[in-house]
Design a protein around this ligand. Sequence first.
Ligand SMILES: [Zn+2]
Ligand SMILES: [Zn+2]
Length: 492
Amino acid sequence: MKVFHNARFWHNSTFENDVKAILTHDGKIVALLTELPESTQDYDFVDLKGNYVYPGFIDTHTHSFEGGLYSLMIDLGGARSLQDVFDLIAEGKRDKGKFIFAWNFDELKIAEGRFPTRAELDSIVSDKNLVLRRIDGHSCLINSFACSNILSQTGNILSADEVFRGFDNDRAVHWFHNNIEPELILKAYHAASQIALKGGFSTIHTMVGDANMSIGHYSLLQEHLADFGVDFVLYPQSFNIEAALEVGAQRIGGCILADGSLGSYSAALYEPYRGHSINGNLYQTDAYWYDFITRAHQNNLQVGVHCIGDRAITQINNVYMALANSDFKDLRHQLIHCELTDDALINHIKASGAVPVMQPMFDRLWGGESGFYAKVLGQERAKHMNRFATMLSRGIKITGSSDWYITELNIVASLAAAMNHHNPAEALTAAQAIDIYTKNAAWLSHDEDVKGQLLPDMMADFTVMNYDLKKPGADNKVVATIKAGKLLYGNL
Ligand SMILES: [Zn+2]
Ligand SMILES: [Zn+2]
């Protein structure tokens, strides 16, 4: 048995309690102790050095495959000239396999102000598949070796334009993702697991699949779940209900799209974008969603759908509402992102029982009077973005997440973002911010009896930090991440 002691423990939503130590056995919490036990040979004492212990944090929405994979690949974010790009790729290609991803390319930061040509890529990598992806993921360039492989394997003729956008961009990137070796896929998840532990998470929800009909490497990952440090909660990110049922999934969806993004003016709004006449796109009809979500619901699958604009959120929530009224089941269907909501829509979400799976870092990056949201939506509507506090106050159980690799996988930054919302009316208290990454997050995957709190019979998952969130200071950090009683990150 282990005794974790010399720390403050987050219990009953406060550090002001008389818990002096936590006794664990076989990866589970046995008891919260108000006194340190006598040392005997039965006890293995773990000194937490006066730090602060939170329940292991849970991120409820990540794209860990891409996040992990790209952490192993070539980051072009620092390149300022095409020569920099070529040097980074030449240097980075050496320890890579048959598939090389160079990402984070931004032609606006490059002196020449343009993408490389295919011939230039070929002169650096001619015998391996190379894709160079733009920073936003919406365009890419591939070398001739990859072009001819895609043509011979799929028969797809790709556009004559060397820089792929739209459909060609999706097809090319999917081909890369679908063809990399199993060994590299698992390596990507191991890297993701390490990054999560370092970021203070012991559990992360992860989207697997191409968001169309393929559930990708779901089975491969499922077979290896026990090998990773963190717990992965898997989502077959697909419209393929049969495939999800076949692998025994409990849920389906993820960033399967009801609408697009604000940056590309494709998030579906009721009112037009500021200074434009367009108001975004619904990617599917009401009937399509009604059919898909109903079939998933009938098969007891929890559903998650990406919806950013108020029109898209309404479209998906209407289906959840209809099912709640006609065939209620405690499946906890998800509105992923759920960014733009007025009071009436929040009331509808409360009525449907849907769960907004939200990203505090989005407000950190794009909120504020001169921020990106205000630019594309105008000041008034920007105040209706990411309404964490209002939703919680109406009794809606929102959960916290990063959408990593879109934002960083880091609990310190995520909690600070939730508590320092640009709109003070939507800022969370320390206890609320912790809840959306612990209790509420555990509840989302029906794990509220085993995770999310420091209580007997729960997993001994702890995130050890050097600060009390109620009094954050400058040098806040994750000191250690403990999963099932084992130290998996940090030094104690
Ligand atoms: Zn996502
Ligand atoms: Zn999304």
